[in-house]
Design a protein around this ligand. Sequence first.
Ligand code: AMP
Ligand code: GLY
Length: 428
Amino acid sequence: MNVLILGSGGREHAFAWKISQSNLLSHLFIAPGNPGTANVGTNLAVGVTDFEGIVAAIRAHNIELVIVGPEEPLVRGIRNFIESQPDLQHVGIVGPGSDGAQLEGSKDFSKNFMHTYGIPTAASKTFTKETIEEGLLYLEEQSLPIVLKADGLAAGKGVIIAQSLQEAKDALEEMLLESKFGAASEKVIIEQFLRGIELSVFVLTDGENYVVLPEAKDYKRIGDNDEGLNTGGMGAVSPVPFATAKFMELVKTKVIDPTLHGLNAENIKYQGFIFIGLMNHEGEPYVIEYNARMGDPETEVVLPRIESDFLSLLIASSNGTLSEQVLQISSQYAVTTMVVAGGYPENYRKGDVISNLEKIEDAFIFHAGTQEKEGEIITSGGRVMAFTGTSNTLENAIQKSQKAAITAKYEGKNFRRDIGLDVLRFKN
Ligand code: AMP
Ligand code: GLY
């Protein structure tokens, strides 16, 4: 089977690396891909929102399965577009249509969905420009800190945790009146702050049945000890010791099952990943957010732990046969450390030559923001590469990942030194 992966980050390199190991694969294409994916497949110069270009590539390369990496093409309806082509009815797609992708594309939709189907989540209310006065009054009645979220996609930046009433009011006004996050903040969700430990849970579903992939913990802040600005993710660990069998059973019965029930009740055909960002609040799971895709960099620790044929699972998700699949998971630890460009997550450096990669032997290298230029690999994005160490012990997995992050060289390199250390303390 010929397979096309959409995207160009570390997540898509990890997909490509894993899928390239499958006996079911004939040829792998990645659009647009990166220098890492070029080592395991063929990159196509087509962007993820160039829907005409994508269907042309599907036709030109006899693609039978499309795996959608990032959220933007999902929310914009890439599934609907492919499905509307009469000659492409045989093409399987991993990723929901624009209706299912609303779980991620509209926080107002996802909060209503959770309230309707009894899925535990923080209490919330949605406001618009027209109801801003009510929103300001509502803020006065809430306890602090309080969370404000832009309704739409805001590249991970649309969440503000306000520590004071003034900060909350200013944020609400900036979002609704000054379009702080553009059209994404035409609606703002004001949400109760939940204390607890965060966990990412990944479900692959064919619309009816599902498998729960290995869970992960993400490190979102730029600095060690969770200090500084939010980023797309600076590292990840799997497994997570506080995701006990007891807690995961609660996640299944209180979150995953009602989520799938709700999708069916809403007549939303959902074939793809559901990434559930959870808070473990006093032993109970609360949904912080849904995403309609895998996480990045979580994928870089989840996939190395999957022993089953991953392509076989993806095909089954796309054709409704997931109940026939067995998911085998390795008990090994996986830890990934992202190296980022100097300045990230604000204005950052680009075009720096990356060297020393050939000296990295003990870790998987997943390219993210890189490009090839005149035979050299240069930095081209904020998050540059993810280095994943795997081992029977968490200590060793951390050490392998960190050693690789230290070894890679380029001007302005930055990375967190504490990925996994909190989990290690928790474990001991
Ligand atoms: P999101 O973009 O929804 O993932 O939110 C970004 C981050 O903000 C999350 O990973 C949490 O750390 C934090 N956050 C979001 N909502 C809440 C909440 N209700 N209570 C506490 N923290 C939250
Ligand atoms: N690492 C968080 C995300 O992919 O949204």
